[in-house]
Design a protein around this ligand. Sequence first.
Ligand SMILES: Cc1ncc(C[n+]2csc(CCOP(=O)(O)OP(=O)(O)O)c2C)c(N)n1
Ligand code: SF4
Length: 272
Amino acid sequence: MNKLDTNYKNTWCPGCGNFGILAAFKKAIEDEDLSKIVITTGIGCHAKLADYINVNSFYSLHGRSIPAAEGIKLANPELKVIVFTGDGDSLDEGISHLIHAAKRNTDITVILHNNRLFALTTGQFTAVSPDNFKGKSTPMGSPESPINPLELLLASNATFIARSYSGNIKHLEEIIKRAISHKGFSIVEVLDPCVSFFNTAELYNKNTYVISDNNLDSREEALKKIREWNYEEIDQKIPLGIFYEIQKKPYFERALISKKEETVEQILEELI
Ligand SMILES: Cc1ncc(C[n+]2csc(CCOP(=O)(O)OP(=O)(O)O)c2C)c(N)n1
Ligand code: SF4
């Protein structure tokens, strides 16, 4: 048994994209100091990841995976805090938390399992389901168009924005490593087929392609790449990679240290 494995019985459906995310994350952190890593989750199929990996974890409420992570990071800035969230969790229930964490540049990494529906409750549409999506709550088709979450995060001043695919584990591992080492708010959207209620694997296998890391500090370039795919099920190319990365002081340093002109160590001494 690997040091990151647990004894929990895995109840994800065979073929679920979440297996790829778990495998990539385990590889990405295998050389990290595990005592410094904490993960939080929302509620849903994605959240079971906390049961299947042997690291410090906090199962939050639905839509509250991000504020839980922000609290942990504020209480102990030495920790690396990583959020595993669903599109229902952070693009519907808790969308304001996602926007404000990006705006604050809180130093956390958000890994968004984007299966484009509420899966655990068996397939209701979310903010990123395609127009006319037929699911449990919309048998006649949803009369709404999807939002583009990465465009929303760019507008919210996120300092690291990337997309990967659960079916490309090597790529996802590399992107997660880069996101975790970024100082500030990082978002990794993971295209994540739900084989039981919205199987997008064939579409992603055919249409995704990996981009190179050019002009990462250009908002215009980032927007262009982000808008290449509009989350509809039509035959559009879907870029994977890092779309945007800039350096900016994270929330903790701006809110506390810069005002008091103290070092992180002095601030921690006072707090703990
Ligand atoms: C406040 C609240 N509202 C609704 C629910 C019911 N609920 C549990 S899991 C879930 C779906 C989660 O969807 P998502 O976050 O996309 O995760 P997935 O299951 O797709 O991984 C819902 C609506 C809940 N537990 N709490
Ligand atoms: S319902 Fe969908 S997201 Fe949930 S475990 Fe099954 S395939 Fe995965």
